[in-house]
Design a protein. Structure first.
Lengths: 266, 252
């Protein structure tokens, strides 16, 4: 397989992982059926029902596809917007803080004070500021992800090998040239790593935001609606769609990183 | 050309209760235009600090450095620096690394095309033709050093400062690049200051070899070595005699 093109190897790897996951799921489903037999021939055990098989879940996904695709689109837009806003505000700010000793000294105490506060406490503030529509949901994702990217960018800018900076300065780089030619490209790999970590946090933030104030469309809304009262197949269909959204975004981030930081993958 | 007067460099303590570190103490040095000077001394004696100060990247605590009649306060276009690890930017191709100085000085895109053509010629002279689109990670150690040399020469510098430029190379590659540097110096007539801890390199490339003392750096001895222009210099008895002299001075 080593002589295959990289994309073909990736497709095989992803397919094998997904098949393995589905097999494990099916085994767990059968295990649950054995462990929790029906209470009565006409009444299945609710504990066994909590884990439907993958076929059942995918069936529910196919059955509700029109609605789920709208949920997927709405949640996807919220998540992507939140991540992009965070990336394009936190990364430059983090790089500037990391590269400037004075700015770092001034802003680090402020960041360290705000960072440990669980951002969920600001949810009511965001609701009052931005209302119950899209803005509060997107701004909540931004708030959850912002500091993660900010700190990673700051640390990346602080740990650039001095020889890069010295050689650029010796070659006559001005401050802005140093930023564009050295600080930003040298920090990009770490920024992409933080973006990948932030995606997980962003999905969690999306879930909280969509569960707290249910929008018309949204995956978390569908999942939470299927949890109370419990409709297991639909619940798992929503989870599959959420996982699919995360997977697509992870693959997209990696593809962009491979293009932008191609020097790292030589 | 280069005049160092009573130069001292003291680093402030990095940790509280630590003493400030004096790396250079009252150093006087003069390098004539077109001369090649090798500076040699024990590790940590302030050779790199001296070079960075000459390049305008570090401020002297006291004393003065004048290059081409002007005091050094910041990096200047006519002074090029080659670092120990070549200092290539891994995200830029060979071509972009080689033209980095031009790119920084050509903000208004006003430089003539001939400046870029000169870099092409430099790359060819250095045996890097056809590698322009490669990244530093795709090059051998010797090729990376050559790219660093091409970048330094791209701005046609009057002064070339080199900080152990060939450290970490195998002996064969090192000797080939030393010969290349000597050839470039003879053809382009720039002033060269080479910092090294390799006695053979100092004897091969330095018309004058300045031996520095243990920190804080002071001039311990100066060895005149005018014969480096001679053909077959490395094979001559005089070369080995110079290496032996430098070794004795360093060890004493």
């Amino acid at each position: 397989m080593s002589h295959w093109p990289r994309w073909a190897q990736e497709i095989v790897n992803y397919s094998l992982s997904i098949v393995a996951l589905l097999l494990l799921w099916q085994l767990a489903h059968w295990g649950a059926q054995l462990l929790f037999p029906p209470i009565h021939p006409r009444f299945p055990n609710p504990r066994a029902q909590i884990l439907p098989g993958p076929l059942e879940a995918f069936g529910a996904l196919a059955h509700n596809w029109r609605e789920t695709s709208r949920d997927l689109e709405a949640s996807g837009v919220r998540l992507i917007l939140g991540l992009l806003i965070s990336l394009f505000t936190a990364a430059p700010l983090g790089l500037m803080i990391g590269a400037g000793r004075r700015l770092n000294g001034l802003l680090t105490p402020l960041i360290y004070t705000i960072y440990p506060i669980p951002k969920v406490v600001f949810w009511p503030v965001l609701l009052i500021l931005f209302g119950i529509g899209e803005n509060s949901k997107v701004s909540f994702i931004v708030l959850m992800v912002f500091f993660q990217i900010l700190l990673s960018a700051r640390d990346a800018a602080q740990h650039i090998p001095p020889s890069y900076v010295i050689s650029a300065l010796a070659a006559g780089a001005k401050r802005s040239q140093l930023f564009w030619h050295v600080i930003l490209p040298a920090s990009l790999p770490e920024i992409f790593t933080s973006l990948r970590v932030s995606l997980g946090i962003g999905v969690a933030a999306l879930y909280i935001a969509e569960t707290a104030i249910r929008p018309r469309f949204g995956l978390a809304k569908t999942i939470s609606q299927s949890a109370f009262p419990l409709i297991p197949a639909r619940l798992y269909a929503g989870i599959i769609a959420l996982a699919f959204l995360g997977l697509v975004l992870y693959i997209a981030i990696e593809a962009i990183e491979r293009f932008v930081c191609r020097w790292k993958y030589l | 050309m280069i005049k160092v007067e009573h130069l001292s460099l003291v680093y402030p303590p990095r940790v509280r209760r630590q003493e400030p570190v004096q790396v250079i103490k009252a150093l006087d040095l003069e390098v004539a235009e077109g001369e090649s000077v090798a500076i040699i001394g024990p590790s940590g004696c302030g050779k790199t600090s001296l070079l960075l100060t000459l390049a305008g990247l570090r401020a002297a605590t006291s004393g003065k450095i004048v290059i081409g009649g002007e005091p050094v306060r910041r990096p200047r276009r006519e002074v090029a620096l080659i670092l120990q690890d070549a200092g290539l930017l891994p995200w830029k191709t060979v071509w972009k690394n080689a033209t980095l100085s031009l790119c920084f000085h050509d903000r208004r895109r006003s430089l003539p095309r001939s400046a870029y053509e000169q870099v092409h010629r430099s790359l060819s002279d250095l045996g890097l033709q056809g590698l322009e689109n490669r990244y530093p990670a795709q090059l051998s150690g010797g090729q990376r050093k050559r790219v660093a040399i091409a970048r330094a020469l791209a701005v046609a510098p009057h002064v070339l400062l080199m900080d152990e430029p060939l450290a970490s190379l195998d002996a064969f590659t090192k000797e080939r690049i030393q010969a290349l540097i000597l050839d470039l110096w003879q053809r382009q007539h720039f002033t060269m200051v080479l910092v090294t801890h390799d006695m053979e390199e100092a004897a091969f490339l330095g018309q004058r070899i300045i031996v520095l003392s243990s920190p804080p750096a002071m001039v311990k001895a100066i060895v005149d070595n005018p014969a480096i222009n001679q053909p077959q210099w490395r094979q001559s008895e005089a070369y080995y005699e110079q290496v032996r002299r430098v070794r004795l001075l360093c060890e004493s």
